[in-house]
Design a binder for this molecule. Sequence first.
Ligand SMILES: Cc1cc2nc3c(=O)[nH]c(=O)nc-3n(C[C@H](O)[C@H](O)[C@H](O)COP(=O)(O)OP(=O)(O)OC[C@H]3O[C@@H](n4cnc5c(N)ncnc54)[C@H](O)[C@@H]3O)c2cc1C
Length: 378
Amino acid sequence: MAEITPIRLAELTTLRTGGAPERMVEAHTRDELVEALRFVWATGDEWLVLGGGSNLFVGDDPVEGTVIRVLTRGIERLPSPHEGRTRLRVQAGHGWDDLVAHAVSEGLAGLEAMSGIPGTVGAAPVQNIGAYGQEIVRTLVEVDLIDESTGEVSTVPAADLGLGFRTSVLKAHYGSVPERSAVILSATFDLAEVGTDARPVAGVQLRTALGLAEEGTATLAEIRERILEIRGSKGMVLDADDPDTWSAGSFFQNAVVPAAIARSLPPECPRWPVEPDLDPVLVIPLAVFDGHVPTPETREPDVKVSAAWLIEQAGLRKGFRLTPSRAGLSTKHALALTNRGGATAAEIAQLARFIRARVHAEFGLLLQPEPVLVNIEL
Ligand SMILES: Cc1cc2nc3c(=O)[nH]c(=O)nc-3n(C[C@H](O)[C@H](O)[C@H](O)COP(=O)(O)OP(=O)(O)OC[C@H]3O[C@@H](n4cnc5c(N)ncnc54)[C@H](O)[C@@H]3O)c2cc1C
């Protein structure tokens, strides 16, 4: 564990805002990370773990407590109990896109549509990252994590992380409550061994993005290359020279609404059905079973509607700015709030509030921020 001179979080976050913390520690190995966390937790001070800073919106006041930079690296190949599959256990500070590139080069499928997402592997389960219909909930098997309440390290199955649409029990942001305070040390993925040949591409959303018909095929490398191109054209791949990428990715989540509300929106509003949770298993004790099985309740599945469309239809086009603010919508993507250079957190928050209010006034829907908010409120 190495304590370093605190760096302003504006220099370590992709939205380029945030004051300096009181203390900053770098952890290069798993042992250093565990040691740093146990040390900080024993002091009772505020703390924040920082990966790539690509899903954080931080206020500009000094940050109380200690920021721990997770800089651990390493990918380990393990056998899978399932035939034709392989597991990769990856240290938390490892770059996400580096992992995807590695999996693709090894002919392992399951992550390729998430090429180009910035950040670290340890932060990926925090909001169940996803793109083009692929989410890590489908391939994440388990994580090693250290729990703040006990200081103990344990292996936790992915099913216990409450992974949902851009959320988990580890995520804490404005409007939600952290359910578990813990830090991921490593994550293990179970991937299909498909090799380098072209094969059918699963998922309508991915096929549509790639311009493939239902029977269309592609290699993992082709999928990765195409996704990186598409993301690049939308400013969704970090580029130090392009202010359209100085963002936290999508600032607002697509809105998940009951089907009846979705029906009240104009038909051209893009929407996707949200897969319903499986019905809980009905157990009727034999002693009380009278031969009658009640009809299960059926409910229309919720619908996910495009937040980018809602924003644009509320009159806020790509590139929109509240002059003279230095915050603005990306000129390539209406969902990315960007720092056009030197914007304060207050300027970004002002733009976010304005967008929320306009969408609410137009459609009655309150957009929820996707990044984790630290030292700032909307
Ligand atoms: C240009 C751009 C495009 C993006 N595109 C997408 C996309 O397509 N899909 C998508 O889902 N996201 C996307 N994002 C959001 C972001 O990249 C992901 O959420 C990413 O997983 C964040 O990783 P990070 O290491 O940068 O996390 P950070 O921003 O450093 O941290 C985010 C949160 O995770 C916590 N955290 C960090 N490391 C750990 C750990 N080891 N254990 C526990 N908690 C931890 C932090 O304390 C914080 O609360 C995009 C962001 C940008 C800037």
